[in-house]
Design a protein around this ligand. Sequence first.
Ligand SMILES: [Zn+2]
Length: 407
Amino acid sequence: MLMRRAAVPGTEKHPAWALFAALLMLFTLPAHAGAEPVRSPYESVDACAQVDQLEFNGTLANASITEQVNLGPRTTGSNASAALRTVIHQTLPDWNVQNHTYTEDNLTFTNVVATHSNTPVNESTDRVVLVAHYDTRDVAERDPDLNRTDEPIPGANDGASGVAVLLELGRIIPSMNLPYQVELLFTDAEDQNHSHRLYGAEAWVGDQTEEDVNRTTAYIVVDMVGDIYLQMTHVYPGNFELWTTIPPLAAALGLMDTETDCEGNLGRDVVNMSISTGVIDDHVPALNRGIRAIDLIDIRFGPDAEPFGGYWHTHEDTPDKVSAQSLADAGRLVELGLRTEAWTLNVSLNENKEEPAAPSAPDAPDTVEEPTVEVYAVLGASAGLGLVAALILLLVLNRAVKLNPRP
Ligand SMILES: [Zn+2]
């Protein structure tokens, strides 16, 4: 992960309230006589019907952490970086895997792009892009040992965890028979102390045609998700509509301590949307290109770590700080989103709201009522509004809790 979002005093609270306001609007607008229902391009899904089918294996993902760290620091241009590219290619035999090399600012870097689709791909085929940076930081500027701040970090969490989750998803996606294309984007030069640029993600965005952009329904970054004390929060900037798909998925998996899972058990505190953190990561170039993008990240690395504190960018970013459980929590969340088709568009925002019905000919067959394309709020399903309400409550509580320091 690159850096905290450039902040001005008080801005960390602002997005939470922007989210709050938006949620409030979503919650209240449908009550206003339905004249202007809020539309979302994402439709509700029945997550619980899919939970038993999940195959993501946290133990395998955790083994990848060790394998990657054993290669040595994967700094841009290093032999370890090239070796990891080879591992990525070998781990994805059912994918079309390509390297894309660029040189900018005297830095040569290589993205690895893997694509898979069970159906022929054309200009209108939906595409979901999952993203992780595979490079690791070349300096440890936050390490307490000032004699070692110039040395590269192991990157077990910051680097290897996102790659491990994507590789394990890559193992199981081909058998999911998803009705859309999935792309795994392994970015290089996300975390180099070269300049404050997201080289890999920016280069990928620069390669995308308008057609590519238009068929990309979601771009989801997975970064720093291995922490034993995993807690993913809302992150800004990020696409609001895409963010609203996350709580129902997380709740179904028992990853929210305010919600019961599909079995009726209260969840763990792994996903907490009442906390909003500003993070600049590989999602930002995509957002700037008009692609719906979010960043799934835990920027509090370690026990009781503050944002951008703990083991982040230190030599303590080692495999023992990462757990198979956390990798499974993050991986299953993404797998469930893929299986439930939560990240493809069901409603075109450009569609006309109402078209006057053409008078049907007297001998026309019985007209079939078209399903409405107006999705109230994002979630639609019965649990949806409850979750939105719960989110609003959480955000209100967050306002109160924020007055106190974190425990
Ligand atoms: Zn980093």
